[in-house]
Design a protein around this ligand. Structure first.
Ligand code: CO
Length: 575
């Protein structure tokens, strides 16, 4: 049966989240909005997911301002966000009042379509976000997080779909974040859903394994209504199937998209230039199909994260080992679909297991929380021995996780006021979402990252808009941070490590990972017991504690709250 196929273009969000660590700047989006708006896309995936965090952490850009500008430039097309259920645009459950206020504010700032998912497909985690999104009167799209495991069957997926329908979703998205779905599986799943539900079905996949374009075709034949694609310079690899070839494939047949190819080609040229600007961020590994994803299931965004996290930890050579560890950890933790935040929880644990030499010898707070049920109900029970190892005698919860969170918005508003932040609702919300990073952003202390020049092979014909002006230079083993000013050479050497000795003395406690010091729990002169928490680090977006390995006294502190430490940096000395 013939039906028109809609296209959701992802270049403004998922494409660069999957290929370039979510770094595309708003300034690179604005000039093409008019053209994008005229094409007739079903929607534009443009906000949410990792964009919010990345913008305030690395780009010194206000996510709310981006949203308003996007809507202003896209009056005729639905601006779509990816909402991580009760995790909103973060990595943990937020209290209901924060979730409700965030969703309302998002609609007010111009959002048209909420695509909502829960990483564990735990409907309890979607109740409040779906109701709040419905209340805004905007389009609400419920997601099934697609994964494969002994406990994930089409029957279960359809059951979950019915839960989404009951909560008023306007459309259903099969969210295949790792690009695992095969053409046959896609056909069968779409058929199974369509047999029960009249709502539009959207397929969201990634080219990671190389099967996505075929899976899309099969899904359309089974009745899928909308496909997620990325304009070709930002498609393929760990991103979506490319827009123009998909549109061309369906042209003139039963499933014509109605999109004009020559206009799409113009959009493609524009984004080719933008893509070259971000070339240094795009790893060739991410660009080639790799069926090993079917074994490790790591989604695109997480692959590029693992890559950069291992690079930060100076351990890129362990990449393959970590990839092999991921499915083991996933199985032990009850087969969670790998999508934010479970992908970070599982991925970071896999990194810890490989780098620390002892499996579960170090666990992040997030893995503990996951095992306690604070992220929701895992699809299958957690391995009993691992559970004991991680939570000891503590008991997992049995209620909806957010039921344990007291309303917090008023308190957060007061806190923001006390530290001198603006009282605009949007700024208070930025603080409520990311209290560790938001104050620096809101006070204007974040410096936008500079981009490295494109790789030589891409440089020909490329438009380089930003030239780096900061370098790390090593002279006689001393590291210097050098800034080159446009006026000439303004060299400002700054010893990077201050008074921290290079040699670790007896009793020295070092940072086990590169990360941000969130909290220092002791001061000089404090007595500590073996196992006491000394320092809390945020490494790879997860919190991890540094413990005392013996009883003793803190004789010297070398670190402080909000310091960025390298792997092996001396934090303090306990004697
Ligand atoms: Co995706």
């Amino acid at each position: 049966m013939a039906h028109k196929v809609g296209i959701t273009e992802t270049v403004l969000r998922d494409a660069h989240q999957s290929l370039a660590a979510t770094r595309m700047r708003t300034a690179d989006m604005l000039p093409i909005l008019d053209k994008l708006d005229s094409l007739g896309f079903y929607s534009l995936d443009a906000w949410g997911g990792a964009t919010f965090d990345t913008m305030i952490r690395y780009l010194n850009e206000d996510p709310w301002e981006r949203l308003r500008q996007l809507k202003k430039g896209l009056p005729n097309t639905m601006v779509q966000m990816l909402l991580r259920g009760q995790n909103l645009v973060g990595y943990r459950n937020y209290p209901d009042d924060v979730a409700e206020a965030f969703i309302k504010l998002t609609a007010k700032n111009g959002l048209d379509l909420f695509r909502v998912f829960d990483a564990l497909n735990d409907i309890r985690n979607l109740e409040v976000p779906l109701a709040a999104a419905k209340a805004t009167g905007k389009h609400v799209q419920g997601c099934i997080c697609y994964t494969t495991s002994p406990v994930h069957t089409n029957e279960k997926f359809v059951e979950f779909t019915m839960e989404l329908v009951e909560r008023g979703c306007d459309s259903i998205c099969i969210k295949d974040m790792a690009g695992l779905i095969s053409p046959r599986e896609c056909y069968d799943l779409v058929k199974a859903i369509k047999a029960k539900v009249k709502l539009p079905v959207i397929i969201h996949s990634h080219c990671t394994s190389g099967m996505a374009p075929l899976a899309y075709y099969a899904g359309v034949e089974a009745g899928a209504d909308v496909l997620d694609t990325a304009i070709s310079p930002w498609g393929w690899g760990t991103s979506q199937p490319p827009t123009e070839p998909m549109v061309a494939s369906f042209k003139g047949g039963n499933y014509d998209t109605g999109l004009d190819l020559s206009n799409l080609v113009d959009v493609g040229y524009y984004f080719l230039g933008i893509r070259q600007k971000y070339d240094s961020l795009i790893s060739p590994v991410m660009e080639k199909p790799d069926v090993s994803v079917l074994l490790h299931q790591v989604p695109g965004g997480m692959l590029s994260n693992l890559h950069s996290q291992l690079k930060e930890q100076n351990a890129l050579d362990r990449y393959q080992e970590v990839l092999a560890e991921v499915p083991l950890v996933r199985k032990e933790l009850g087969y969670p679909p790998l999508v934010t935040p479970s992908s970070q929880v599982v991925g970071t644990q896999a990194i810890f297991n490989v780098l620390m030499g002892k499996r579960y010898g170090r666990v992040s707070q997030e893995v503990k929380d996951y095992c306690l049920g604070l992220y929701g109900r895992p699809p299958a029970p957690i391995d009993k021995e691992i559970l004991k190892l991680v939570i000891g005698k503590e008991q997992p919860i049995s209620v909806r996780p957010a039921d344990l969170l007291a309303p917090a918005l008023e308190k957060l508003r007061q806190e923001a006021d006390e530290i001198g932040l603006s009282d605009r609702d949007e700024d208070v919300m930025t603080y409520a979402l990311f209290p560790n990073i938001a104050p620096r952003f809101l006070k204007g202390e974040i410096k936008a990252e500079t981009l490295a020049p494109p790789k030589p092979e891409a440089a020909a014909g490329a438009v380089v808009r930003e030239v780096p002006n900061e370098f790390e230079v090593t002279v006689d083993g001393e590291e210097f941070h050098v800034t080159v000013n446009a006026m000439g050479l303004g060299v400002a050497p700054e010893p990077k490590e201050g008074a921290r000795p290079r040699e670790v003395p007896a009793g020295g406690i070092v940072a086990p990972l590169q990360g941000l010091v969130l909290d220092v729990k002791v001061k000089e002169g404090d007595k500590v017991k073996k196992g006491d928490v000394l320092v809390v680090l945020e490494a790879m977006k997860m919190q991890t504690e540094v413990h005392a390995d013996t009883d003793g006294k803190v004789v010297k502190l070398y670190t402080f709250k909000s310091e960025t430490v390298a792997n092996g940096d001396l934090l303090l000395v306990v004697e």
